[in-house]
Write a protein that binds this ligand. Structure first.
Ligand code: NAD
Length: 163
């Protein structure tokens, strides 16, 4: 049964994106699928919209006409701070900001939040502040979890779920 107009999935070529692409078939009039990786052939009810999340203007264009967003686009290369900063922090900022500007009703965001990974816990930084990340990926997740408040997307008209 179709209950949504247009749902955008970022990171649609990834593991979770591929699963959702299949399971959301028929749930929306249009599934807009986006990634920097190949998305395969378009199926009925799909729009394929390649987009680099680092490009704020492109993300703004990507968001037009979207009702709900499932944001899965990410670099899982957690050892690489530059990738984490560009894709997971700046890219996620671009998604939330574009969603707010485009009047998107709901953003669902999935990010991993390992308690410790890649670097020893003694390397923890920002200790004593509200966020205490133990790895680069943690800081990306923590940043994104505060993003709805920063960008105003937590208003009643634009709820945000971080899972
Ligand atoms: N797979 C899991 O079990 C799991 C569990 C919890 C949370 N998560 C989180 O869900 C999200 C997706 O996980 P996944 O396992 O599907 O990861 P994945 O690596 O399979 O997919 C991520 C996708 O993002 C795309 N991407 C990377 N850089 C991009 C960019 N600059 N612009 C646009 N797209 C870009 C990649 O091409 C890839 O297809 C991640 O944030 C991950 O931390 C995953």
């Amino acid at each position: 049964m179709i209950s949504h107009r247009r749902i955008l999935i970022t990171g649609a070529a990834g593991q979770l994106g591929t699963l959702l692409r299949a399971s959301l078939r028929g749930q929306a009039e249009i599934l807009r699928l986006s990634d920097i990786a190949a998305l395969g052939p378009r199926r009925d009810g799909e729009e394929l919209c390649p987009c680099d999340l680092v490009d704020a203007h492109a993300v703004h264009e990507l968001m037009q006409g979207v009702e709900q967003v499932i944001h899965l686009g990410a670099s899982l290369n957690v050892d690489d701070w530059d990738q984490t900063l560009q894709v997971n922090i700046a890219g996620t900022y671009n998604v939330f900001d574009a969603a707010r500007r485009a009047g998107v009703k709901r953003v669902i965001y999935a990010s991993s939040h390992p308690p410790s990974a890649c670097i020893p816990s003694k390397s923890t930084w920002m200790t004593g502040r509200r966020c205490v990340p133990t790895a680069f990926m943690d800081s990306a997740s923590a940043s994104a979890r505060t993003r709805p408040v920063i960008s105003g997307t937590s208003s009643a008209s634009s709820p945000c779920a971080c899972v």
